[in-house]
Ligand binder design. Structure first.
Ligand SMILES: Nc1ncnc2c1ncn2[C@@H]1O[C@H](COP(=O)(O)OP(=O)(O)O)[C@@H](O)[C@H]1O
Ligand SMILES: [Mg+2]
Length: 236
């Protein structure tokens, strides 16, 4: 199994406040890894550090044979490590098409047209709304747009930060079947979710982050199969 993302002893925070206290995490090629943990555990901070959006104090990030420790986010994107950030940050005043086109600004620009077709194949709704300002769409549609924009960059690893947050139950189902589809197509995915049950159902492996440290890493069955672990980390 090829290791795609290899994070070692990552530390960092905001100002002088330490948030990540030495995190080790790995994602292999084609793997779906769930990153769980309560609000404020440091999941989004970890994503930001991996993607060069927030500097780490120490530790290393290797991706697909490259040392990306301390790299600029543009280098991270160029390497194919693509993040769909928390809170579906689409550009509200730009159209659906413009938002998607921005996804291929740094990577895969020469295949923009064919990737647009692919994204429209996955999300026909986006094609119907191609000229609409992103900010006028529903939360679910904006989340699809954010994911579509990520796919425009031809990710090698896609990090999804709370993709189902704030979606209706029906859309949550749709979101999870989409994520499952992406993985079946061979994409490696790091999935950050509050929706623990559904994430563990589709994940190959899982990590639980608490207070900036990895408290559990292993198979979903181990986590779900132990009353103690379930109670301690999942509140189930
Ligand atoms: N921009 C920021 N400035 C200062 N503190 C932050 C910032 N973003 C997050 N934090 C703090 O870092 C900790 C981890 O937050 P976060 O990574 O967002 O957790 P999670 O994504 O697991 O909910 C929290 O205590 C949060 O208040
Ligand atoms: Mg978060």
């Amino acid at each position: 199994m090829t290791t795609l993302l290899d994070i070692q002893n990552l530390r960092g925070g905001y100002g002088r406040v330490e948030v990540l206290r030495g995190v080790d995490l790995r994602v292999n090629a084609g793997e779906m890894v769930a990153l769980l943990g309560s609000n404020g555990a440091g999941k989004s901070t970890l994503n930001k550090m991996i993607c060069g959006l927030c500097p780490a104090w120490s530790g290393s990030v290797h991706f697909d044979g490259q040392d990306l420790s301390g790299a600029h986010y543009r280098e991270v994107v160029k390497a194919g490590l693509i993040q769909v950030p928390e809170g579906r940050k689409v550009f509200p005043n730009l159209s659906v098409l413009e938002n998607l086109e921005l996804g291929s600004f740094t990577r895969a620009r020469e295949r923009r047209a064919s990737n647009l077709d692919k994204v429209f194949g996955i999300f026909p709704r986006l094609k119907e709304r191609i000229g609409q300002a992103a900010g006028t769409m529903s939360g679910g549609e904006q989340q699809m747009l954010a994911i579509g924009r990520g796919l425009m960059a031809e990710p090698v690893l896609l990090i999804l930060d709370e993709p189902s947050l704030g979606l209706s139950p029906l859309l949550v189902e749709e979101m999870f079947s989409l994520i499952r589809q992406l993985r079946e197509d061979g994409l490696a995915v790091l999935l950050v979710e509050q929706n623990v049950g559904q994430s563990l159902e589709i994940a190959d492996r899982a990590y639980v982050l608490e207070n900036g440290s990895v408290r559990f890493s292993g198979l979903p069955q181990e986590l779900l199969g132990s009353d103690e672990l379930r109670r301690a980390y999942l509140g189930l």
